[in-house]
Design a protein around this ligand. Sequence first.
Ligand code: HEM
Length: 214
Amino acid sequence: MSWLTRSLKQSIGKKFVMAVTGLFLILFLFEHIIGNYYLFAGPQAFDKYVGLLESFGYITPILEITLALFFIVHIIYGIWLWLGNNKATPIKYEVNGSKENASFTSRYAIYLGLLILLFLLIHLYNFWYHYRVMDYQLYETIKELFANPYYDIFYIFTFIVLGMHIHHGFQSAFQTLGWNHPKYFPFVKKFGTFLAVVFALAFSIIPIYFYFVH
Ligand code: HEM
């Protein structure tokens, strides 16, 4: 086992963990946006969707714990890698060989990630805690929160940040995993940008809809 712990502590091992957990979290975002779009079909349709998730019995908490672990590992390894980069070189964040080559989203990936973490803590308190622990009605909670323009601005700001984080993370993950063939990598980069824009827009439509339509 020691080769495994040793590799996971090395920079490339940490980047590997970041890549795998990051791609998994993108998959979660797909599931989450599809589920959230039931909101547009009204409270009954949304409750039916949430009920369906709960009907999986033990599988639901197992999936939630797995998701939480992926988030925690992604965050811890991100901070660890960033601290290591800072110590190893006077150039703060290096991608593609030089600081000049690094885009804004890659150079500030750690700060974008920490903003998403702040959002997650607030988001989980608002929705997950109130629903799972306090037994609030989810649809009504969402309606009430998004009636507040400050919340809407905060959420939309985070979705833009999330898009920027994905823009960097998607291509970086492919590079780390060695899936960067010169013929296909330009497509990977374009697809990452496409995903980033789609997620930012698709999530932002929800608070906008609740603010203006409800
Ligand atoms: C307008 C956009 C969003 C809405 C309306 C929304 C709504 C919700 C709701 C209602 C829940 C509770 C579901 C349950 O416990 O069964 C939830 C949970 C959660 N959300 Fe969101 N969410 C949004 C965006 C996001 C984003 C962008 C992320 C990630 C960066 C995220 C991460 C999570 C996580 C990790 C959970 C807990 C896991 C779960 O219970 O499925 N959410 N969200």
